[in-house]
Design a protein around this ligand. Sequence first.
Ligand code: PLP
Length: 352
Amino acid sequence: MPVPLADLQLQYRTMKGEIDAAIAAVIRDNAFIRGSYVDAFEQQFADAVEAKHCVSCANGTDALYLALAALKVQAGDEVITTAHSWVSTSAMITHTGGNVVFCDTDKSTFTIDPAAIEAAITPRTVGIIPVHLYGQPADLDAIMAIADRHKLWVVEDCAQAHLARYKGRQIGSFGNAATYSFYPGKNLGAMGDAGAVVTNDSALAEHIAMLARHGGLTKHEHRIEGINSRLDGIQAAILSAKLPHLPAWTKARQDAAKFYDAGLNQIEDVITPAIAADRTHVYHLYTIQHPLRDALAAHLTAHNVQTAINYPTALPFLMAYSRLRHRPEQFPNAFGQQSKILSLPMFAEITR
Ligand SMILES: Cc1ncc(COP(=O)(O)O)c(C=O)c1O
C-alpha cells in the first residue's frame, strides 16, 4: 500500500459537497476579489486564533513581507531569525531592506534558541521572527522577555502551526503580528496559494491591509504605495468551509503522532519529535532524526512510503546566503540536524 507524505485528495473526498458548494457560491455571486467571502473568512480566522484582526493576503510569504513592511524595516536594520525554516522567513527580511541575522536552534525542539537571540542583538537590531517550526511553538516567554528588554518587535511565523498553544494560549497573539500560510498542504490549506497576517494592533492591521491592496482600503484610494496581495474569494470560501474541521484534524494529527511515537521510541537510533513543557504540537510535519537518514529514506521509498526532508540545507548555508560566509560551527544544532531529519507521512486522515 503506497503511503503518501500527505493526501489532499482524501481530505477533499471527506468534504466534497461543502467545497464544491463553496466554490459554486463564489462563482454565482461574482465575488472573486474581496467581497463577503473574504470578509467572512478574515473574521472567522481571527476568532479561531483569538486575534483582533486578520488581514488576508496572497500567500504566507507575502504575509511576512507585509508585516515587516508595516513595521517599517529600514535599510541596515537587523532582523533576527532562526537558522532552521523555510526560506521565505529570511528572504522577506532582505526584501523589506533589512539584514538577516541567523540564530541557531534549540536542539530538541528545532525552534530558535533564545540564548542565541540574546547573543545576536546589536544596536541595529529591530525585531525577531521566531518560527513555530513543524507545528511546535518556539519558546515565546523567553523570546518576548528579550524583545521587551531590548524594545524589539516580534513577528511570529505561524505558517506551520495553526491552533498550536504555548502555556495554554494560542500562538500568534504574543508578538506584534503573526503570519500564516494556507498553502494546500498546510494544516489549514486552500486549493491554491493563500495567507494572512493576524494582529491585535488596529493601526498595524490597517497599515498591512493598505499595503496589500494598492495602498488603500477603498477603490481609488491610495494613501500609500502598496502592492497587490489579495486572498481571492474562491480560496476564502474554501478556507471557511475547512476551518470548522481544523480542531478535529489537529487532534487526528496529534493521535497519529502518538501512535508513531509509541512505535518509533522502541528503536534506539530514532529520535522522535520532543515537545517542550507547556506547549502543544500540531504536527504539520512529523520529523524524526536518524543517523543514517539517507539510507532510511531510501528504504522507506523502496517500501512505497513517501518521506521528505524539511529542509535539506539550513538557511545560513543556502547559496542565497553565501554572502554571509557562515560556518557550520556557528549553528551546531541546525547544521548537525540537516543531515539527520526526515519527515514521515502525516495528515489528518492517515490510518494506523
Ligand atoms: C515557516 C514558513 N514560513 C513561510 C512560508 C511561506 O508560505 P507560502 O508558501 O504560503 O508563501 C512557509 C510555507 O511554505 C513556511 O513553512
